[in-house]
Design a protein around this ligand. Structure first.
Ligand code: DUC
Ligand code: ZN
Ligand code: ZN
Ligand code: ZN
Length: 478
């Protein structure tokens, strides 16, 4: 097996940093050594196949994006990144594992949805991948099928309190699914927004002629997120289900999570880069020659962007510091403006919801280190270590230690990354939600299970490198 020594760098973990060399043999890390260590009396460097010089750079466990939607069917179209394009873009950005959402839609069988996702991903991925299961209809068949998922390495499922007629579960269905979560140890992931109420508000706005993308965020008011988050917490409390709330964006929703956690309930939450950096005010002001006011459609996602004046973005950073939110995922759900987002010209309700960020999550969160929002160690924790623990992969993923998969990123704090079309954009969308963002850091080298797949902006991997990750139960509860 080929051996690689990553030498001279600062190895960063969730709990500290140290100058150390990392020795890789085949697909695994075999040693983390004091710099200049010898093996059988000789300098290690002379005995290995490849030496990667990481002097002056950070050596971190590869990023884990636990919330992605390759090819998600939505609003009469489908997310534009395939597993091939989406995972390659992830690799460029220092993400070496994803957990994508297999979809069961109304009227379909759960197992068929999961099988379809395996078929889409197998042989296509640049990096390792796991699945959560979206449950689109909680009935007796679905409940029986859900109980078989942990043995298949799918240890979490997602319900939607939003999107009536598409993915929506009512409270009765949520309750029944949470009972399965309690009985099996599977994590209940919740899209917490009051969908039926949002749909009424949206319809009223359209009737008033308020059709621009900005009104998407007005209809999806923070009260709709706070209320649904509270309801999910109480149903989880009643049933004893462990709860993970996805894409938290409202400061009031964080307050709900903090309240439940303070009482000792097993409640967790993630936010996404868009809720840390982008705002409703910027969406209102967005305009371009090509699209006019419709330019704001590029930022239509759910939960929506929130008002900066109301302080939601500051509250998200604060929650990441205080651990009221535990991790950052992208909710990568990319749609082009042309032919996709433009379906909602004249009616914001028809804009496919989603932002593509899989390539930029590690950089965008590193910028939070540069600006002093989070520490270097917290960066690693939020983007890799906690996702691994939360979703039952820790030890294999999320850490640099002997025995772990050699998923490693060499990150250059003195490098620079300019985000935008024609620059770092390897996702399939025809625009970037992050156009013009400048990052004071750079992903230099990416190893996936010991293989260098990105080096100096060059992709050296191949589709099919990535394997399915059979996940265990969340490691937060045991
Ligand atoms: N939110 C999005 O922005 N896109 C897909 C689904 C979702 O909940
Ligand atoms: Zn969602
Ligand atoms: Zn999502
Ligand atoms: Zn560089």
């Amino acid at each position: 097996m080929a051996t690689t020594l990553i030498t001279g760098g600062t190895v960063v973990s969730a709990t500290g940093r140290a100058n150390a060399d990392v020795l890789v043999d085949g697909e695994r890390i075999v040693a983390v050594l004091e710099p200049g260590s010898e093996l059988l009396g000789t300098d290690l460097k002379s005995g290995v196949d490849t030496v990667i010089d990481a002097t002056g750079k950070y050596v971190i466990p590869g990023g884990i994006d636990a919330h992605t939607h390759m090819e998600l069917p939505f609003g009469g179209t489908a997310a534009i990144d395939t597993f091939e394009t989406g995972t390659r873009a992830a690799a460029y950005g220092g993400t070496t594992s994803i957990v994508d959402f297999a979809v069961q839609r109304y009227g379909e069988r759960v197992q068929d949805g999961l099988d379809a996702w395996h078929a889409k991903a197998a042989g296509e991925c640049a990096i390792d991948y796991g699945f959560h299961q979206i449950i689109g209809g909680v009935d007796a068949d679905a409940i029986a099928a859900m109980k078989t998922l942990p043995d298949q390495g799918v240890t979490s499922f997602k319900l939607f309190m939003a999107y009536p007629g598409v993915f929506y579960s009512d409270d009765a269905q949520v309750l029944k699914a949470m009972q399965v979560s309690r009985d099996t140890g599977m994590l209940t992931m919740m899209h917490a927004e009051n969908g039926p109420a949002i749909d009424v508000l949206a319809e009223q706005l359209i009737e008033e002629g308020k059709t621009d993308p900005y009104f998407h965020g007005i209809a999806r008011a923070w009260q709709m997120e706070e209320e649904a988050t509270h309801r999910a917490i109480m149903l989880a409390n009643l049933t004893g289900a462990p709860l993970y709330v996805v894409h938290v964006s409202a400061k009031q929703a964080v307050e709900q999570l903090a309240w439940a956690r303070d009482k000792g309930q097993n409640v967790f939450g993630e936010t996404c880069p868009q809720y840390l950096y982008l705002s409703l005010e910027e969406q209102l002001g967005a305009s371009s020659e090509e699209w006019g006011n419709f330019e704001g459609a590029k930022w239509v996602c759910s939960t929506p962007l929130r008002s900066r004046e109301e302080g939601h973005q500051d509250a998200m950073w604060q929650a990441l510091r205080t651990n009221d939110l535990q991790m950052v995922s992208t909710d990568h759900c990319p749609f082009c403006m042309k032919d996709q987002k433009e379906l909602g010209l004249g009616d914001f309700r028809k804009i496919p919801n989603g932002i593509g960020s899989i390539e930029h999550r590690m950089d965008l969160m590193y910028q939070g280190v540069v600006t002093g929002e989070i520490t270097l160690e917290r960066w690693v924790e939020l983007t890799s270590t906690t996702p691994a623990r939360m979703f039952g992969m820790y030890g294999q993923k999320g850490v640099i230690q002997p025995g772990a998969d050699a998923d490693i990123v060499v990150y250059d704090p003195n490098g620079h990354t300019s985000i935008g079309l024609g620059k770092t954009h390897h996702m399939a969308m025809d625009h970037s939600a992050w156009e013009g963002y400048e990052i004071d850091g750079h992903v230099d080298t990416v190893l996936s299970r010991g293989k260098v797949i990105v080096d100096d902006n060059a992709y050296l991997g191949a589709k099919g490198d990535g394997r399915f990750i059979k996940r265990g139960l969340t490691q937060y509860l045991v």
